[in-house]
Write a protein that binds this ligand. Sequence first.
Ligand SMILES: [Mg+2]
Length: 375
Amino acid sequence: MKITKIELSHISIPFAKPYKLSRTYGTLHEAHAVIFKVHTDEGIVGLGEADPMSPFTAETPASVMTVTRDIIAPHLMGQDPRRIAMVESTLDEIIDGNLTASGAVNMALYDIIGKTNNIPVHNLLGGMRHDKLPLLFGVGSGTPEETIAVIAAQIETGCRCFMIKMGALPIADEIKRLVAVKEQFGDRVSIIIDANQGWEVTEAIEFIDGIHAHRPDLIEQPIKRWDIDGLKRIRDRCSYPLSADESVTAVSDAATLIREKAVDVFSIKISKNGGLDKSRQIAQMADGFGLKCLMNSMLEFGITQAASLQLGCTLSNLIDLGHAYGSVLRMSDDITDFGQNISEAVVTVPPASGLGITLDEKKLKKYTTDYLNLK
Ligand SMILES: [Mg+2]
């Protein structure tokens, strides 16, 4: 089997409602991705998705398309897609970083092997441990009343785990939000606080000291990605787990965070981390050192979400909270049928082969703003 062609489509789909994140990321109105269709001489087409989001990632949709056209695709043409490890090694040699681009290729190759052998991708990753996972719902920035209203509406759907986005408001206001949520819902809900790098170390400590008994279940990436020493200071102050998201991108980042004992949990995102193999490697390193994993997501569509579910369902060290498989519910539309796996705030692993999803070609065309056909 040989790779014969790669199609790239930059898509843009509006959110159902604008999503207000930390002051680092602002308020978002639409999500962008680059969809990869990797063709083979046997007619099997593998699907991949790159989810760059500046400044979360150094990449942009345009850079994903350029690096794929100029460097990745010329090395992939004629290669056997079943030799994933060799392709990974080659890509690691010819490009630095660009993990969402190489990650999309990695997803597509797994999709090809799964479809060729008529098995789901999780069978290639050690097999399924969890046939279902509870959903985590991301709550954007807002007043205490708005935050409570969003959570109350999601509780009606069955959701019990929420990631409250912070980092856009003064610390005193963020403390009021968490206290209001805890007083309203108590132990009926699990709460993750994610400041998306929006705080200084002193602000994070002010928050931790200020919430007293209203402790969340997890606090994620309060400060800048590079501030490992700051993460250690915050972890020392916390009586609950601290998670790295932006800080754990490359496999080498995971090694550094483990060595420095900087965090308790890794937020795994298949696109951010460079595909299924690198994400799995990070998750297994975490397991070896007693860290847990949160299956998290970029603002992504059904292909990356499906890849994430194929890996997440195999892991032995998932944290006992919800996981981010509701990204497509935040969008006004998706280019796949991944959403059909979600019911009552639970995602079920689909039985279909490959990544387990179907691409809607009409929708792909409708939302495409830029296209490359690489042969
Ligand atoms: Mg995060």
